[in-house]
Design a protein around this ligand. Sequence first.
Ligand code: ARG
Length: 633
Amino acid sequence: NQGLETLLQNLEVDGPLPVFPSISSYPLENPMDIYRLYLTHATNQIIECDSANIYDSLQRPTNASKCDLTLVVPRLGIRVKKPDEFAVEIASKFPKSPLFTVIPPSGIWVPVSFSPKTLPLLLLPYVFDREKTYGWNLSYGLKYETNISTPRKKVVVEFSSPNIAKEFHAGHLRSTIIGAFISNLYESMGWDVVKVNYLGDWGKQFGLLAVGWQRYGSEELFKQDPLGHLLDIYARINREFKPEQDASRDARDKGLDTEEIESKGLYAERNYFFKRMENGDEEALTLWRRFRDVSIERYISTYARLNITFDEYSGESQVQSSTTEKVERILQENGICEEDNGSSIINFKKHGAPKLASTVIRNRTGTTTYLLRDVGAVLERAEKYDFDKMIYVVSAEQDLYFQRLFKTVELMGFPELASKLLHINFGKVQGMSSRMGTVRLLSDILNESGKAMHELMKANEVKYAQVENPKDISDIIGITAVMVQDMSGKRVHNYPFDMTRMTSFEGDTGPYLQYAHARLSSIIRKTELGRDDLANADFSYLEDNQHVTYLLRLIAQWPDVVATALKNHEPSTILTYLFNLTHQISSSYDIVKVVNAPEGPDVTRARASLFEAARQVLNNGMRLLGITPVDRY
Ligand code: ARG
């Protein structure tokens, strides 16, 4: 704090940083908060109003070309007859400050712009001090915000969660990308994060896979390509199973008993094998364990290509039967579940949640369901991690399912636990497999996008010859293309998988973002200025022009943007900002010349620092999204 106070004194700001016990403000993490504090103090001198209200009414403008912050008069929480006249009155009484100027209002807001003279002197050293952590705010994760030594909050983030022997589909891809982002986000905001991969490694489909293995399994093929072979087997046995499944569905639709059909053929074989698994039959479990272990081994190396590691590979199989039995017992004791045709169900209509209809929790063959295992997993994780929050990153197709899951936990008598559970959903990707050829595994998706990017890079022979390790670089940029396409829109929106568009260097794409980062890096390399030269440049050489002002404004907003993303869990909040930043940077190059600026070396140095700060923000944002920024290509 001392450093900041000294800096403020040097800027001849009136008085030390104001403190308000009732306001959570983070001047050491967020430079905007410094301005908010001084503005609150100044406003307090003018009007009779609660300081916390003033602080909260200072908002980022929707149109950032006009000013840095606006004081939104209706948000002050005081009754005024004519808010627009009141805005004019407030503005006219505002004291002069070296930090900001108030723009004459034309509405219900008082626009404030940060002084172009002092903003760079305050902001750039601030960014250079924090570097890779500029934008992060560890105080957000503290249980009690005022004391740094207090324990941190814990969040369990469950994501990716593919099903063994089944295709890694677009839903899993989105869960992986968004889940990794959410984990990074909570980590950067000071939470303890436990990353869990909840594999689909149990259930009747596993029985079917085992039946398929008994018929078509080949040790040799399994050795060559274990995941591919399992997929082949599952696809084949599933095809053979389909007519039986259809017959059963028809019967059910006609209101007939399905037991007749399901007691023979593949149905019977499948159910028998799964029953053996649930009963702990060693032979059945050995086969299952073999499939599971080899799958996890492959997953680990593929996730590593995305810089993703998990703290725990759990899965449906890992839920103890003692826990699922306990869940059922509690449900019975509370009169929440009932018997229906041999199976055990919850009829949510009877428990105040008619929209959730009814659902089976234990099959009539006595085996557990997806839901029952999930409820068990909630209890086990609560015990194991004592989390403050648990986030499930799963497709919106499972919206209803998660409502049922959370409601069940609540009905069991654990409303507080239920309130800690959060489903972060997302929409569909249309046509991924058809446009990418045969993609069945995450590694296929990454290989295909890397290949496409490599082809594209090869097309520019001159440039291609300059890249040191084109294969690695194209891999990274290919992955970036997929990730950026996925995170550009609001999570719930569906989008079409478009390889041509996402790999383009034009438009708001991953390759463009990487290009912007590499270009900034290259400009700074060309100045041959070291880190200390940049950090200690004389920022008063930065001229007062619109390009410089906009860049500084965007750099100052970055911590606010991250805080917003923590609230809405939208990666697009970050990406939209990063594209604004890169557009601003690229339109500044011609005007704010860095290398050999005609104005002389001091100006070159100050401008290089500005662009370096912008590069740092871009770099931080990309890493937050899970992207590896490249320095050259
Ligand atoms: N394996 C599931 C699927 O592929 C996703 C698991 C979601 N998580 C959960 N706790 N149910 O659809």
